[in-house]
Write a protein that binds this ligand. Structure first.
Ligand code: CLF
Ligand code: SF4
Length: 298
């Protein structure tokens, strides 16, 4: 246990592969892709990926119903002894279509009471879900926060859908920003551990992420994970089409080094798919596709 960490916090992260660098060598996570829809548009999204909210090569995740997700988790739990965390991280937003995420968590925690529940969101719907998350003992929440300045936000998010209407431009980014900060503060007030994912977009928010780091640290974020934009025109992302490039490994490392001393950094993220299974960096998802799952769980 790190010397500066409280014993109860260590207890809650020591078998979570994303929250503890040490744990990622020994413990596995799995994602169930039960969240198909999203309430915002990010210029880097192609709706195929997840916690990292990224676009990467590969096949589209198989979308699951809560019942299929439950069968998948029980099957994986029987075959992957290192499994400790179940996450909902896409391919859309896990807090938007709440019925699906909530019934998935309920069903799974009934079958496997000791599995840790984890969720990843863009934050827009988050404040409305915090009480449910606390009640379901979800102890790990990731919010993707790419800006704290709506002027910068407007270059990343063309629109959001909120309170039954569509907002665009700076107004949209301001609402998203306010909801993200509110959600983070509410989680911190309830003692839920939070991780902030930020996508580093050169020329748009790279230097600004120093500011983001300060804001989230002040609001109690447990970890800050800065990830490179992966923008490949072949995947049809907006940034791919406009020729926006991602950072070089050197640029990413320079920014991470500049962030040292602020909110604690995560440096071992592997930008997982919405249906990833296994240790970080290992993806056994293809071993557990729907056609390979048992019809019923006994
Ligand atoms: Fe999944 Fe995300 Fe939970 Fe981890 S992934 S919902 S916090 S269990 Fe982890 Fe993957 Fe990086 Fe995410 S390595 S993309 S940080
Ligand atoms: Fe895509 Fe995630 Fe952004 Fe929604 S929040 S548009 S799913 S990257």
């Amino acid at each position: 246990k790190p010397a500066d960490m409280a014993a109860d916090v260590w207890d809650r992260i020591k078998d979570h592969p994303c929250y503890s660098e040490e744990a990622h060598h020994y413990f596995a996570r799995m994602h169930v892709a039960v969240a198909p829809a999203c309430n915002i548009q990010c210029n880097y999204c192609n709706r195929k990926y997840d916690c990292a909210n990224e676009s990467r090569p590969g096949v589209v995740s198989e979308k699951l119903t809560p019942d299929q997700a439950m069968r998948k988790v029980v099957t994986v739990a029987n075959e992957v002894p290192q499994l400790s965390v179940l996450g909902i991280a896409g391919p859309g937003d896990a807090c938007y279509d709440w019925t699906k995420s909530k019934s998935t968590f309920d069903a799974i925690s009934q079958q496997i009471p000791d599995i840790k529940l984890c969720i990843s969101t863009n934050g827009l719907a988050l404040p409305d879900r915090v009480d449910d998350l606390a009640r379901m003992n979800v102890d790990h929440v990731t919010i993707t926060i790419n800006m704290v300045d709506p002027e910068i936000g407007a270059q990343i998010y063309p629109w959001i859908y909120y309170n039954k209407r569509r907002y665009e431009g700076i107004e949209a980014a301001r609402i998203l920003h306010e909801r993200q900060m509110l959600g983070l503060e509410m989680l911190t007030a309830r003692g839920i551990l939070t991780k902030i994912n930020s996508v580093m977009i050169p020329g748009i928010n790279d230097q600004h992420l120093l500011e983001v780091n300060k804001w989230v640290k002040e609001r109690g974020a447990f970890l800050h994970n800065v990830m490179p934009l992966i923008s490949d025109p072949a995947h049809g992302t907006h940034f791919g089409l406009t020729g926006q490039r991602g950072p070089t490994p050197m640029e990413l490392k320079e920014l991470q080094d500049a962030l040292e001393g602020g909110a604690k950094l995560m440096r071992h993220c592997r930008q997982c798919r919405a249906d990833a299974v296994g240790l970080l960096g290992e993806d056994r998802g293809q071993e557990f596709t729907l056609d390979q799952l048992p019809e019923t769980i006994t």
